[in-house]
Design a protein around this ligand. Structure first.
Ligand code: K7E
Ligand code: CUA
Length: 675
């Protein structure tokens, strides 16, 4: 009796929740493909659901969360999250709200599934182009992915990401989700503030991090005189889809530790903001230097550090006539930057981490890791303070604007505030590392406000698990945030998942931000076991313009044109010129042509394979044992690799994708006769 009553109550609850969810998740909001209109469930379905709920011991909140994230088979997510992969050196693409991992993009690290970095000529050349001289680097530490924008809104065309470890920037083409370019910063060994695009993707910003002599050596005792910071502006040419180093430039900065940057937009378009820390210019040295103070305390002495503000429009003009070069790269000297009014500082409390420009471009928000407030700066007030010359100068002569003249508001949020994102309801969201929470607070009077909510006020806090770093809201760093969802990128997972050894996954937690007031709801945990993601961006899926088949048989994804070595059916051949051998091969289900390649030990082989496939998802792989050759040949693609036949023997090359019922037969013999 009691039991059936309980079931009845649960069934009624479920019914209410399902009907509510049907109202909340209208087909429009579902976006993507095939969002069928939700139907009121029959009593029978509710009974079944009630039984499941009882058996699994779910609460009504659990059930609501499940209904908001469940994505039936075949339905697409309305949003895609592009997450940095941290030490994996990759980018990971995750569907939101299902939190399904859709794709990994090899960037700074070879990626076997994509054949990325295994013998394919353009990939190998790309790694080498991005390496410091003499190094052989096959990893990266990706921190801040940046989607290309048009008028301050994602356009779904290009993706950039920085490598903190080696100060490199990569360009990814979202037509085929492949990395097309890696550039090495010629004046610094490592960075942090990369990458951030300007509102029309004219520039890709790469901020610095640890001060160092620019293109030179100097002992640490000469820190103040010879160590410097920098910020680099990479010119992006959309026509060719490449960064143009010759048109790019950097600016020499005092040896503070520059951190994350953000681009101005709308009213503040043309300006760049970067936070910094270690204005103390601490040089560490514990264990090496008598009486030295460790970095962790030496870097946190000052109550204020400096937000760096760069007039990029003006800096680009100065760069055009600047003659100062370091390692062949255009670098505006600090004195020039000051004299030309390109660089200003805003005092910012305390050991800040990141600066985030509000959707209308009117405010810059900074969080000090050691200050419980976020500090909001007014762009308008900043411009006035510059016009009024309302400043003192730092030791290097850089104008430091008066704090009271530029500060708009301070909002107390909690402990360890880090990064801020925005939504379409006039709310800002800030991660609280030490509190393990996400705070929702209101922006100023010129943003929308819910009934009874005051500007610049903390509204809600949602606990996350644990120690959140960045947060990513749907289109939440653009001029038109979408609202609805936010993902907390948590650094620690501790007890959230089954123990998989002492190296635990990170934890992405999806939060529903669609309501107003104190309505934030944690929906879903996604363990991340591939590295430590830092920043992520969430874009509407409908903005993508990606292809499924290359435009023409024989396409070169790297040049985005027909490959001169494209091989059509009937044109397959092996051409010999002395000890140089060139193979022109085709691949189609379920054979390579030719199936026998006979060469001699010592031959130098260039090998082209063209996929004749025109069917979606009909991908072939190509592996040669013993030679570290592993390709992915997507429909229509021509791939090229080179090998020197230094080992004799018989090598069975084969297709590595289970492409058809006769996939195992998709093989051939490479016969290398002894010298
Ligand atoms: Cu991890 Cu943006 Cu590199 Cu903060 S950064 S958390
Ligand atoms: Cu082609 Cu398996």
């Amino acid at each position: 009796m009691k039991r059936s009553l309980l079931y009845g109550i649960i069934a009624a609850l479920v019914l209410v929740v399902i009907v509510l969810a049907a109202l909340v998740l209208s087909p429009d909001e579902g976006g993507g493909q095939s969002a069928a209109p939700a139907q009121a469930p029959s009593a029978g379905v509710a009974d079944d659901a009630a039984a499941v709920i009882a058996a699994r011991g779910l609460t009504p909140e659990n059930v609501t969360a499940a209904l908001k994230t469940y994505t039936p088979s075949g339905q697409h997510d309305p949003y895609l999250m592009f997450s940095s992969g941290g030490h994996s050196g990759q980018i990971h693409v995750v569907g939101v709200p299902s939190m399904r991992l859709l794709r990994t993009i090899g960037v700074f690290t070879p990626e076997p599934w994509q054949g990325y970095g295994y013998g394919e000529e353009s990939h190998t050349a790309m790694f080498e182009a991005g390496e410091p001289e003499g190094a052989d680097i096959r990893w990266g530490d990706t921190h801040h992915p940046s989607l290309s924008e048009t008028n301050g809104v994602y356009d779904g065309e290009w993706l950039f990401v920085g490598d903190k470890a080696n100060a490199r920037v990569a360009v990814i083409d979202l037509r085929d989700f492949e990395t097309k370019q890696i550039v090495k910063n010629p004046i610094t060994m490592n960075d942090h503030g990369g990458t951030f695009v300007t509102p029309n993707t004219d520039w890709v910003v790469e901020g610095g991090q640890y001060g160092a002599p620019i293109g030179d050596f100097a002992p640490i005792s000469e820190y103040n005189e010879h160590y410097r910071g920098q910020i680099t502006f990479w010119k992006f040419n959309r026509e060719i889809g490449r960064i143009v180093p010759e048109e790019s430039f950097a600016m020499e900065l005092p040896p503070y530790w520059q951190d994350l940057c953000d681009s101005g937009k709308l009213v503040s378009d043309g300006w760049i903001f970067c936070n910094s820390f270690n204005t103390e210019r601490a040089t560490g040295g514990v264990g090496a230097v008598e009486g030295a103070v460790p970095f962790e305390s030496g870097v946190s002495q000052n109550d204020m550090d400096y937000m760096h503000v760069v007039n990029l429009t003006r800096a680009a003009e100065v760069a055009a006539t600047n003659t100062n070069k370091v390692n062949g790269f255009n670098v505006i000297p600090m004195e020039t930057a000051i004299a030309e009014g390109l660089l200003y500082f805003l005092p910012e409390p305390k050991s800040p981490h990141g600066v985030d420009v509000a959707p209308k471009g009117d405010f810059m928000v900074v969080s000090g890791k050691l200050d419980p407030h976020v500090t909001v700066y007014s762009f308008e007030k900043m411009i006035k303070a510059i016009a009024d010359k309302n400043w003192t100068t730092d030791e290097y002569g850089v104008p430091v604007l008066a704090f009271d003249a530029v500060m708009e508001a301070q909002v107390e949020l909690g402990l360890g505030p880090l990064h801020t994102q925005y939504d379409n309801q006039g709310y800002a969201y800030t991660s609280l590392y030490l509190d393990s929470a996400v705070a929702r607070w209101t922006l100023g009077p010129n943003y929308p406000h819910a009934e009874g909510e005051e500007p610049w006020t903390l509204i809600d806090k949602e606990s996350v698990h644990y120690n959140v770093g960045h947060i990513a809201a749907a289109e939440g760093d653009t001029a038109e945030p979408a609202g609805g969802f936010l993902v907390a990128l948590n650094k620690w997972s501790v007890d959230r998942f089954a123990n998989v050894g002492p190296l635990l996954p990170q934890n992405f937690q999806l939060i529903d931000t669609s309501g107003q007031g104190a309505s934030l709801q944690l929906l879903y945990d996604m363990p991340v076991g591939f590295g430590e993601p830092h920043y992520a961006q969430i874009m509407k899926t409908e903005r993508l313009k990606s292809i499924q088949i290359y435009p023409e048989v024989g396409w070169n994804p790297h040049t985005w044109s027909k490959d001169p070595n494209a091989t059509l059916a009937g044109e397959e051949r092996v051409v010999r010129d002395g000890n140089k051998v060139e193979v022109f091969m085709t691949a189609i289900r379920s054979h390579f042509t030719p199936e026998h390649i006979e060469i001699n030990q010592g031959d130098e082989v260039t090998w082209h394979i063209t996929s004749l496939e025109q069917a979606v998802d009909a991908v072939h792989g190509f592996a040669v044992p013993g030679y570290n050759i592993n390709l992915s040949i997507e429909p229509g693609e021509t791939a090229t690799f080179q090998l020197t036949a230094n080992q004799k023997g018989v090598f069975s090359y084969y297709c590595t994708e289970f492409c058809s019922a006769l996939h195992l037969e998709m093989t051939g013999y490479l016969m290398i006769a002894p010298e």
